[in-house]
Design a protein around this ligand. Structure first.
Ligand code: LLP
Length: 417
């Protein structure tokens, strides 16, 4: 992670010592590097050079307005999965012509809002959704542009909870149903225009082969649809490119796209991808202060002020995030780094050699830029942390820490109490 590095013995984000941010803003706090976002976006964009393409960013990974604005300024499109994400994207200045709307359960309201913004296209996942979208478009006097999301039934060989392209998963339509659905669009749905095919097989993919296999299968469908007279102009290959949390060695975008290139070229379509983690994952760290050191029999616990409500990935997926001291040191302690939440599954790192941090010391939980704040909650009535963005030697708060009144916002005590 180039933007997060030691200078002297201090951990920096670009030109800013992380200690300065922790002291000024308190902990827990997420810190994002503009430089990493930009570098990662450009790496993807350049990997597709020679192909008509658009790099969309999956808002679900990290929807902070400043993150979206930074990517909008680079020319990114976005992949959204709710009207809430649409709201964020539009507020951040993403061009609606660069927005694609995925998700297996879009409501009528969400479809209408997407139509109202004239987004590029909806990725449609069922017959019923097509019917609903046709109805909404007719009511609004519009035509909905759609891509069919297919399920290529390929195992991404990542964590089972984040595999979406297995045959039994709820996502997409089986490949061999696509032609039937395409014909229905042509024959029955006057207010829907079919112009794309979409797939997404899963997340944190670290091997090229499942990606190639699925893209080859789906590219075959794109060619078949074109041969049957459908004007398929877009092939959206999904997101999912993995990053290195520990010792994984995922392909870089260039390697991935080069392996996919023959299949992509064979379609003659504009290629879309929708990466979230690859762009945002390594762009963020979570700073947390060690409140207490605690010895329980053989076990040592570092009790931190951030927990599963701030960063859920370790508890939910047993995910590994590296932990670094703000002041470089080789001293380690074999311990669990746990949060204050009342669940024994509340940990950030378990059974590991961790920095030998004293009480009061701040640690950086690395690679927390994707699915970090985005999955944070108020569990245990804990205000969600602040977020900061660094750009070279400047930094700014991009989301205030929540306050106690935020916790009860919208709650009402009825008169009968
Ligand atoms: N497109 C679609 C249709 C998706 O469902 C997803 C992620 C993406 C794109 C972006 O995938 P990425 O490039 O970020 O891998 N919470 C989990 C990850 C869930 C991903 C869900 N879908 C985690 O923390 O690992």
């Amino acid at each position: 992670m180039e933007e997060f590095h030691y200078e002297g013995d201090e951990l920096y984000c670009e030109g800013v010592p992380l200690r300065e941010i922790a002291e000024s803003r308190g902990t827990p706090v997420y810190v994002y590097s503009h430089g990493t976002l930009e570098r990662r976006y450009r790496e993807l964009d350049e990997a597709f050079s020679g192909l008509d393409h658009m790099v969309c960013y999956a808002v679900k990974a990290n929807g902070n307005l400043a993150v979206l604005r930074a990517l909008a300024a680079l020319g990114a499109g976005v992949d959204i999965v709710s009207a809430g994400e649409l709201y964020r994207a539009v507020r951040a200045g993403i061009d609606p012509k660069r927005i694609v709307f995925a998700g297996v359960g879009k409501t009528e309201k969400e479809l209408s809002l997407g139509l109202g913004e004239r987004i590029l296209m909806f990725n449609v996942e069922s017959d019923s959704e097509l019917e609903r979208l046709d109805y909404c478009a007719r009511r609004h006097g519009k035509t909905a542009r759609v891509a069919l999301r297919v399920n290529p039934a390929v195992d991404p060989e990542s964590h089972p909870h984040i595999a979406t392209g297995l045959a039994e998963s709820k996502f997409g339509i089986p490949l061999d149903e696509a032609l039937r659905l395409a014909r229905r669009v042509r024959e029955e749905f006057r207010h829907v225009e079919l112009l794309g095919v979409h797939q997404h097989i899963g997340s944190q993919i670290t091997k090229i082969s499942p990606y190639v296999e699925s893209v080859e299968k789906t590219a075959g469908l794109v060619r078949e649809l074109r041969d049957s007279g459908f004007d398929i102009r877009y092939f959206n290959i999904g997101g999912g490119l993995g990053i290195c949390y520990r010792d994984e060695s995922p392909p870089n975008p260039r390697e991935l796209v080069d392996a996919l290139r023959p299949a992509l070229e064979s379609t003659g379509a504009t290629i879309l991808c929708e990466m979230g983690r690859y762009i945002a994952g390594e762009a963020g760290v979570l700073l947390t202060r060690v409140l207490y050191r605690k010895q329980s029999g053989e076990k040592t616990f570092l009790v931190a002020d951030a927990g599963m409500n701030d960063l859920l990935r370790p508890s939910l997926y047993d995910a590994y995030h590296e932990v670094k001291p703000l002041r470089e040191s080789t001293a380690t302690v074999h311990a669990d780094l746990v949060g204050p939440v009342c669940e024994s599954g509340d940990y950030l790192a378990r059974d590991r050699d961790l920095p030998d941090a004293a009480e009061g010391e701040v640690l950086a939980v690395m690679s927390a830029g994707a699915y970090g704040f985005a999955m944070a909650s108020n569990y245990n009535s804990r205000p969600r942390p602040a977020e900061v963005m660094v750009r070279s030697d400047r930094w700014a708060l991009v989301r205030e820490r929540e306050h106690y009144p935020d916790l009860v916002k919208g709650e009402l005590i009825p008169a009968f109490l």
